[in-house]
Write a protein that binds this ligand. Structure first.
Ligand code: MSP
Length: 510
């Protein structure tokens, strides 16, 4: 029996600052996957949340004259609000300061210590607060952090270490035997060479500041923020709290992350799980960065795009569509307003918007909106029907490879086909000539194709799909499943289409 449960996660975001559009990207990808899986009958657990401990958050709180907890409680608001505005359908939002999580982290720390996989040592090395990461001298770039270019500080303190090195060989064989564990492929190669160059034990506690989960058996130490954060995926699955839920959802099917945090997810995290005797996640998918002027969009570098402004101006589905359609998963993409507007005016207003608009206008004109029955299909109708009904399996294939962009390209191919069909079938000529049966067949065929397209755009553009569904006069979208996109003649008898304002008004370029 195939597993019908699906567990998808996003990175948990640091609350030192408010979100920018780059953060929205991972969460939107996870949302599309979650919605697609639900549509195809899976019971989905979609987890996102915030990473609230560590020196960086502590410093941000201090700069604002707040306690770290007060700061986190305030900062979590803008994140949740953005996910609401982007229509993100998470099932659970985890905060690492929650008691449920702190308990799990402490139990894991204790267990690994008891079994000898965590030991006390002495840390000496370079630390970048911004990345919350230790770097060996050899990795520094001109003495600065190789990731963000900031100054690093020399740390010398007593520290607990996790014995990741012990699991190096096991991890290497695992990655080689499971070639889709790390995606895209070129990232897997990078991870493999990193592991082959030698996995070092990692420092997993700190003594120089307090904002972290106390090490249960040594209160002078707090747990290193990354060790704490990675465990959120287990906490969210019910691990050590709810056995039934944990058995249902673990191992996670996919962790969506950015490419900068791949080592934590594809090296450290798996070794932690191996030490715990817990199964590894199915897949770690690393996305590229959105850039502005070639530079990673990043609040602290002052390179930002406020997602809230974009949503107000263009609507959330336009933003979702643009981010998903514009770049192939795993690669970087330059964010420009011109490119966004080009997609809105082209793919959304012209292709999809016009298809709906023209169809509804003709339906009002010829049938006062009432959806007609079909008669004998001609060659043109058979063609469109075949293309539309073949789409679900093409998309399934793309989605199983997590190729959301390809799924959209395929949907837009059929949207283009439907637009062309209107011109070929020329309903206006049929109306003029009084060919009523044929006109009914053409309009019904068109509406059926739109019905199928609507179901398939839902994961990427949920609000738009619901709006079109409503224009088609169909009842609640909630009961729709992927099977409805695989069968023809699904428009309910006796229903009528409705007129509505354009879905995507053209954006004028100043
Ligand atoms: N808290 C850690 C993750 C812990 S997961 C157990 C963290 N947080 S973060 O807020 O700095 O970044 C979260 C995610 O946002 C990362 O995956 C990062 O790659 C992603 N992005 C941040 N800026 C980005 C872009 N400009 N473009 C695309 N994604 C980017 O790291």
């Amino acid at each position: 029996m195939s597993k019908k449960d699906f567990y998808v996660t996003t990175p948990i975001y640091y609350v030192n600052d408010v979100p920018h559009i780059g953060h929205g990207y991972s969460t939107i990808i996870a949302d599309v996957i979650a919605r697609y899986k639900r549509l195809t009958g899976y019971d989905v657990l979609f987890l996102t949340g915030t990473d609230e401990h560590g020196q960086k958050v502590e410093k941000a709180a201090r700069d604002r004259g707040l306690s770290p907890q007060e700061h986190c409680d305030l900062m979590v608001g803008p994140w949740k609000e953005l996910w609401r505005r982007l229509n993100v359908s998470y099932d659970d939002f985890i905060r690492t300061t929650e008691e449920r999580h702190e308990r799990v982290v402490q139990s894991i720390f204790q267990k690994l210590y008891d079994q000898g996989d965590i030991y006390k040592g002495f840390y000496e090395g370079w630390y970048c607060i911004y990345e919350e990461t230790f770097y060996p001298e050899s990795q520094l770039v001109e003495g600065c952090c190789p990731e963000c270019g900031r100054e690093v500080e020399w740390l010398r303190e007593e520290s607990y270490y996790f014995r990741s090195s012990k699991y190096q060989d096991q991890l290497l064989s695992y990655i080689k035997e499971n070639p889709t564990f790390v995606q895209p492929d070129f990232r897997r190669n990078e991870v493999v060479s990193f592991i082959e160059s030698g996995v070092q034990d990692i420092s997993v506690s700190r003594t120089t500041f307090k904002w972290g989960i106390p090490v249960p058996f040594d209160p002078d130490h707090v747990v290193y923020v990354w060790f704490d954060a990675l465990i959120n995926y287990l906490t969210g699955s019910g691990y050590l709290q709810d056995d039934e839920k944990y058995r249902k959802f673990w191992p996670a099917d996919i962790h969506i992350i950015g490419k900068d945090i791949i080592r934590f997810h594809a090296v450290i995290w798996p070794t932690m799980l191996m030490a715990l005797g817990v199964e590894l996640p199915e897949k770690v998918l690393a996305t590229g960065f959105w850039t502005l002027g070639g530079e990673k969009i990043s609040k602290s570098r002052g390179i930002v795009i406020d997602p809230n402004r974009l949503i107000e101006e263009f609507g959330e589905d336009s933003i979702r569509y643009f981010l998903l359609r514009e770049i192939s998963l795993g690669l970087d993409g330059e964010f420009t307003q011109e490119a966004l507007i080009r997609r809105i005016n082209g793919d959304l207003a012209n292709d999809l918007g016009n298809l709906i608009h023209r169809t509804v206008a003709m339906m009002m004109k010829y049938f006062k909106g009432a959806i007609p029955e079909s008669h004998q299909l001609g060659r043109l109708e058979e063609d469109l029907k075949e293309e539309a009904l073949g789409l679900a399996s093409i998309i399934d294939n793309a989605m199983n490879r997590m190729d959301i962009r390809e799924a959209l390209v395929q949907i837009w191919r059929v949207i283009g086909r439907a637009n062309k069909y209107i011109d070929e079938a020329s309903p206006w000529a049929l109306a003029r000539e009084g060919q009523t049966d044929r006109l009914e067949t053409v309009m019904r065929t068109l509406l059926e194709a739109i019905r199928v397209i609507t179901i398939l755009i839902y994961p990427a553009m949920p609000r738009t799909a619901e709006k079109i569904w409503d224009q088609l006069g169909q009842a609640d979208f909630k009961s729709v499943t992927i099977d409805d996109a695989k069968s023809w003649d699904g428009l309910a008898r006796g229903t009528s289409v409705k007129k509505a304002p354009p879905l995507f008004p053209r954006v004028e370029i100043e």
